[in-house]
Design a protein around this ligand. Structure first.
Ligand SMILES: Nc1ncnc2c1ncn2[C@@H]1O[C@H](COP(=O)(O)OP(=O)(O)O)[C@@H](O)[C@H]1O
Ligand SMILES: [Mg+2]
Length: 386
């Protein structure tokens, strides 16, 4: 399947555009809209290929910041850079900013506003930058932040979110044309952390589960596949559902059978199914290997975290007792061992390095992805740990 070909989800895009742009009185959507779905199920593709054009068609200016595009760049900086680029694209705005009072003056006859002046704690803060953009375009601005949870892992990222909150409140006042922030992420717990506490920037934001790609996608995909032998769309859909609605697993399996020597149609389906399942297994197998190589204390910490979910408090005495219980449950020692705070701290660091555990800049922990919790549960490792 060529990367340029995408199945369009116009109805879904239209519905979300309405939710994002037409905020009813008292609706929480003005605080932000959160879109969540599992990894690799098409969130970013939907945002870029369907939602952005639909929002633009509805008359909005759309800015898109992908916080995972380059993991070496600080998430706060990615957000600022996105705003700079939007301003840079608007020549009229650039010249207006260059002669705006209070900002450093202009070279004669040429516009030379330097977008590097925009940023957190800089001459032109995010609110001012958004105000300028709003007033020049006289349009609603929608900022889409992909993998938003990454922002709360650093202090600068958190600062950027707070700055956005201020900008949003200002732009949503009657003086300007509105700012909506759409946050995308795979992990609902992590996104909920941005939303749930009242001092966080997105208190009250609406959480929307992005529907999975559906049977119509598979009909479309079936045509695109162009395999030497035909497979029934209903069979493909069944495998797609079974393997967690991830298009890449199908594509990899399709490549697999393309290179097979000609086989009859029935064995093609069997082979295709085998390949899809093997791909899904392989993804889990890597994770399983990492989980099975943990030290007893690391394993105990991640199991208790998985069992406790959102209420996990790593150093509370009841949690410390559970670690000891988890180690004893694993059958490594006969009696419950004594677990020290330092052991837990070191285990948490190691788990983060192994990308099993995730930590916000404020020290709140959660398991990196739901799949890890599912694997631990399947192995019976979460039993009696609450
Ligand atoms: N509508 C679509 N049409 C075709 N392929 C898609 C579509 N949505 C997702 N995909 C494919 O699925 C894979 C994962 O999509 P992506 O948008 O990166 O997922 P996510 O952002 O949820 O991790 C990509 O390879 C992408 O090409
Ligand atoms: Mg993505």
């Amino acid at each position: 399947m060529s990367q340029k070909n995408f199945y369009r989800r116009r109805t879904l895009a239209a519905r979300l555009t309405k939710l994002i742009t037409q905020v009813a009185v008292g609706s929480a959507a003005a605080s932000g809209v959160f879109l969540t779905a599992s990894r690799r199920t098409g969130k970013s593709t939907f945002a870029r290929e369907d939602l952005m054009p639909a929002l633009e068609e509805a008359g909005a200016i759309v800015l898109y910041a992908d916080l995972w595009k380059d993991l070496t760049t600080e998430p706060g900086a990615v957000i600022v850079e996105t705003v700079r680029e939007a301003i840079e694209r608007d020549e009229k705005l650039m010249s207006r900013l260059a002669i705006a009072p209070g900002l450093e003056a202009v070279s004669v006859g040429r516009v030379n506003f330097n977008v590097n002046k925009i940023g957190l704690g800089k001459e032109v803060g995010l609110t001012k930058a958004f105000e300028a953009l709003s007033d020049e375009a006289k349009k609603l601005i929608v900022l889409i932040i992909d993998e938003t949870q990454h922002a709360i892992t650093t202090n600068e990222g958190v600062a950027a979110l707070f700055a956005l909150k201020a900008a949003r409140d200002e732009l949503n006042s009657s003086k300007h044309y509105g700012l909506r922030i759409v946050c995308i992420g795979s992990n609902q717990n992590k996104l909920a952390m941005l939303r749930n506490s009242s001092d966080e920037a997105f208190f009250g934001a609406t959480m929307v589960h992005l529907p999975m790609l559906d049977r119509d996608f598979i009909d479309w995909y079936h045509k695109e596949l162009d395999l030497p032998y035909d497979l029934a769309p209903s069979d493909i859909f069944q495998l797609f559902e079974e393997s967690g609605y991830r298009p890449e697993l199908l594509s990899a399996a399709a490549d697999g059978i393309r290179f097979d020597l000609p086989v009859d149609p029935e064995s093609t389906l069997v082979r295709f199914a085998e390949l899809v399942r093997a791909q899904a297994e392989e993804l889990n197998a890597n994770l399983k290997t990492v989980i099975h190589s943990l030290t007893p204390i690391q394993s105990a910490v991640i199991c208790v975290m998985g069992a406790k979910g959102e209420g996990f408090a790593p150093f509370e005495s009841s949690t410390m007792e559970l670690y000891a219980k988890a180690i004893a449950n694993a059958g490594i020692v006969t009696s419950e061992p004594r677990v020290e705070v330092l052991d837990v701290q070191l285990a948490l660091i190691a788990l983060q390095e192994k990308k099993l555990v995730w930590k916000t800049s404020r020290g709140v922990y959660s398991i990196e992805e739901q799949m890890i919790v599912d694997l631990l549960r399947e192995d019976g490792l979460l039993d009696d740990l609450v």
